[in-house]
Design a protein around this ligand. Structure first.
Ligand code: ADP
Length: 524
């Protein structure tokens, strides 16, 4: 706006100045022409009066009185001043002597301007340069000097007119500039103001704040881009904070669970310790029983500590998977064999069904062994004597499938989604359930997740349960390697691999080259 105003001002000043110069020049030419006309008319009158016989200006340089009398008539002066010159006219008669005008002592006629100026005219306070008019036609040459003063001209009115038009145009242009500048400023500043407000709200902790879509659309392309990016950033920030909050809550719960789990065996140990001190001396049988119970609680503590350590390592992504393109049958078989004594102790029939051909997938045998051991351990634990636990391995289209089925107590449908949570134990009170820690299935899910696989469960209370683990042929190829962060309740019928924070996991591969040795796995 300032630039436009300054430009208009400068242009107006220059134009008016130049115009004034131009008019002055025009006026000078015009006045000269008027003076010439006056001189010519005066010469004609003078010559007529003197009748071309006598001199208008005689040898004594005196002007003919008859000529002066005619010129001084009011009618004549009116014609000269008001009509021809449109200025006050001063006429002097005289002679040219030695190229010099010598005025006649009596030959001065003054005709003042008496009429009002015409429309658009104004009086100029100037006096023109005297015009010298030689008259040589008569026998007695003489000269007339005509001077015009205070003429009426159109210059002032024309300049005033142009100045007015320029001022009007200038004001219009300035007004237009203000409107356009205001519109442009609004277009730029409104989205920016919204952006600033949104940023402030975000800084003050309102993570749900966004720049409205309408504002984004109304702004310029650049501002719209910034606002869109801002919204995207705010969205991600909100998501991240939600994840961190959820993690924090889970960690708090986890810590509470851990302390709770530790307190039970510690309380038992303290009780046995006191009983031993009080009665151990007198009663060797009670002493032996207390020692046995103490050893059991210590085992449980040790087991708990080991599992907790394992789970936290798995969850933090510190675990290095030792992926090998091996036959998965070996890992499953060894885990089942290790569980056989427990099954026999509980009088549960444990069967293993393996395919005839190797099922080669890239996996960490020790960890998959642990998965099977946990699942089979649970199956045996939750199956009454006389029941059956069947483990089956098969090759599927792009990987392997391990199924652990029992004829045990089963799991309530309502509990299914929760059994993979840490420290979750079934609500049904039974001796077998009391002995667990609720970490086994959480570990299973973490390990399966790290392999990019899935674990599902189907169960009917009273009839038994079936856990199915499906592992991809190559966790790396499927891009499925994940840090197991599984703390969310997992639907029992759906894959356990549901994660909120995912990132690649550390993998050690003992034979990374031979992909061809992997199980082609086409039979379901
Ligand atoms: P726990 O150490 O208690 O066995 P898990 O995480 O292995 O912990 O299992 C969690 C819960 O899931 C168990 O307490 C039990 O209620 C239920 N569960 C797991 N496997 C079975 C199964 N085969 N049959 C019945 N219930 C099971």
């Amino acid at each position: 706006m300032g630039v436009v105003a300054l430009t208009l001002l400068l242009v107006s000043a220059v134009v008016i100045n130049r115009l004034d110069d131009y008019f002055l020049q025009q006026q000078a030419t015009d006045l000269e022409a008027r003076a010439e006309t006056v001189a010519e008319v005066v010469a004609t009158i003078a010559n007529n009066e003197s009748g071309f016989a006598g001199p208008v200006v005689d040898e004594q340089n005196l002007t003919d009185r008859r000529v002066l009398a005619v010129l001084e008539r009011p009618q004549q002066r009116h014609v000269l001043a008001n009509q021809l010159a449109q200025a006050s006219v001063t006429i002097r008669f005289g002679q040219i002597l030695n190229r010099q005008f010598v005025p006649s002592p009596n030959g001065v006629v003054a005709a003042p301007l008496t009429t009002m100026p015409a429309r658009g005219q104004a009086p100029e306070s100037v006096t023109t340069k005297p015009l010298l008019w030689r008259v040589n036609e008569s026998f007695y040459p003489y000269a007339i000097e005509v001077t015009l003063s205070g003429p009426y001209t159109f210059r002032a009115a024309a300049v005033a007119n142009v100045t007015g038009i320029l001022a009007a145009i200038g004001l219009f242009a300035l007004g237009l500039t203000i409107i356009v500048a205001a519109v442009l400023a609004r277009r730029y500043t409104t989205p920016l103001r919204n952006l600033t407000e949104a940023s402030r709200a975000l800084a003050e902790g309102d993570l749900a704040t966004r720049v409205p879509d309408a504002v984004i659309r109304a702004g310029s392309v650049e501002v719209a881009e910034v606002a869109t990016q801002f919204n995207r950033m705010a969205e991600r920030l909100e998501e991240s904070v939600a994840i961190i909050r959820r993690d924090r809550d889970r960690s708090r719960d986890f810590l509470a669970d851990v302390s709770h789990e530790l307190r039970t065996p510690i309380a038992a140990l303290r009780m046995f310790n006191e009983l031993l001190r009080e009665h151990g001396e007198q009663d060797p049988a009670a002493r032996a029983e207390f020692l046995e119970s103490t050893a059991q609680q210590l085992d449980r503590l040790d087991w708990l500590a080991q599992n907790l350590l394992e789970l936290s390592k798995l969850d933090s992504g510190l675990v290095l998977l030792d992926l090998r393109p091996d036959d998965i049958r070996a890992a499953v078989e060894s885990a089942v064999e290790q569980a056989r004594p427990a099954a026999e102790r509980r009088d549960v029939a444990l069967t293993l069904s393996l395919p005839d051909t190797p099922v080669r997938i890239r996996h960490d045998p020790q960890r998959i062994g642990q998965v099977v051991a946990n699942l089979v351990g649970n199956a045996i634990k939750f199956t009454q004597p006389g029941g059956q636990v069947a483990v089956e391995v098969g090759a599927v289209a792009d990987g392997a499938r391990i199924e652990v089925q029992d004829t045990g107590v089963g799991i309530d449908e309502a509990e299914l989604p929760r059994i993979f949570e840490r420290f979750y134990r079934g609500s049904r009170v039974s001796e077998a359930r009391g002995s667990g820690s609720g970490l086994g299935l959480a570990i299973v899910r973490s390990i399966v997740d790290m392999h990019g696989g899935s674990v599902t469960v189907a169960s009917r209370p009273g009839a038994g349960s079936r856990f199915v683990v499906v592992l991809p042929r190559d966790p790396r190829a499927s891009g499925a390697l994940r840090v197991p962060g599984g703390r969310e309740a997992t639907d029992g019928q759906s894959p356990a691999g549901r994660r909120d924070a995912e990132s690649p996991v550390n993998v050690a591969d003992s034979s990374s080259t031979e992909v061809s040795r992997l199980n082609p796995g086409t039979s379901p």
